[in-house]
Design a protein around this ligand. Structure first.
Ligand code: OAD
Length: 249
């Protein structure tokens, strides 16, 4: 704790790669947790969870996808940032830039006050029209039609979130790459199973360059044996303790 606190104190460019575990203490089920709530990971339609939230299902059966977008939105509604989100936002100073590359689509890092958030998987409540320029941010999906249509062109609307089978938003991906090229002096992986290349690559590259990497996750992941420091605990308590350690030499 002391060592990572000291690294944080001296850091000027910090990257946090975050996943669903960061929002778990806000009461939002993790991705694996949500899938596990269905018998055999299957939905009421007997389909795998990933199928109903895939790009092809949205095109062929948008009403089915929307049924689960509504459920996802309900699981996020009214949820507040927790100690982990707040601690990451607290670390921003005039001398230290904090970049957050998150796989979460709940907007809680921004709500906590983080100013530099790269939403790798988009944002569930940002609604866009796939056909025209229409877009709006909704605090809640309450009262929406089961198949929301664009008020401008009548196409089926969708959340500006990455569905299964879809690639990352190009502008966000490019920005993430540009930030990695500029370099970081400390990298954290918090609350993610780290299954995607684009979240494991920065960690691999950092360990090759000698940039310290810290993991916070109660469970072991694919990157656990690569990192320099590992805290096998919940994100909120651990992040709070790290911010304290960074403040008191
Ligand atoms: P997962 O649900 O796969 O994993 C959540 C991780 O958080 C696990 O490694 C848990 O051990 C950890 N965890 C649980 N509670 C925690 C806590 N209190 N503090 C810290 N860690 C905790 O979520 P992600 O890794 O974010 O993709 O999943 C990545 C992507 O997989 C999702 O964005 C989604 C899914 O397929 C798309 O939708 C495209």
């Amino acid at each position: 704790m002391k060592q990572v606190g000291a690294l944080l104190r001296d850091s000027r460019r910090v990257l946090f790669i975050t996943g669903a575990g960061v929002s778990a203490e806000s009461g939002i089920p993790t991705f694996r947790g949500a899938a596990a709530a269905f018998p055999d990971g299957r939905t009421e339609e007997g389909e795998p969870f990933e199928h109903v939230l895939s790009g092809s299902t949205f095109l062929l059966e948008p009403e089915l996808s929307w049924k689960y977008f509504f459920r996802l939105e309900l699981s996020l509604r009214g949820k507040q940032p927790n100690a982990a989100h707040l601690a990451m936002a607290d670390l921003q100073t005039s001398e230290r830039s904090v970049c957050i590359a998150t796989q979460n689509i709940d907007g809680l890092h921004q709500l906590a006050g983080s100013r530099f958030v790269l939403e790798l998987h988009g944002n569930l409540r940002r609604i866009i029209c796939p056909r025209c320029e229409y877009r709006e941010y909704l605090e809640s999906f309450e009262g929406m039609s089961p198949l929301p249509l664009c008020p401008t062109c009548r196409a089926v609307l969708r959340p500006d979130a990455v569905l299964y089978e879809e690639s990352l938003p190009e502008d966000v991906f490019d920005q993430f790459e540009a930030e990695q090229t500029r370099g970081f002096d400390l990298i954290f992986s918090v609350g993610t199973t780290s299954v995607f290349d684009y979240v494991t690559q920065p960690i691999l590259a950092a360990t090759e360059r000698g940039v310290p990497v810290v993991e916070i996750n109660p469970e072991e992941t694919l990157v656990s044996n690569l990192v320099d420091f590992r805290f096998a605990g919940p994100a909120g308590k651990t992040m709070q303790a790290l911010v304290e350690a960074a403040r008191s030499p």
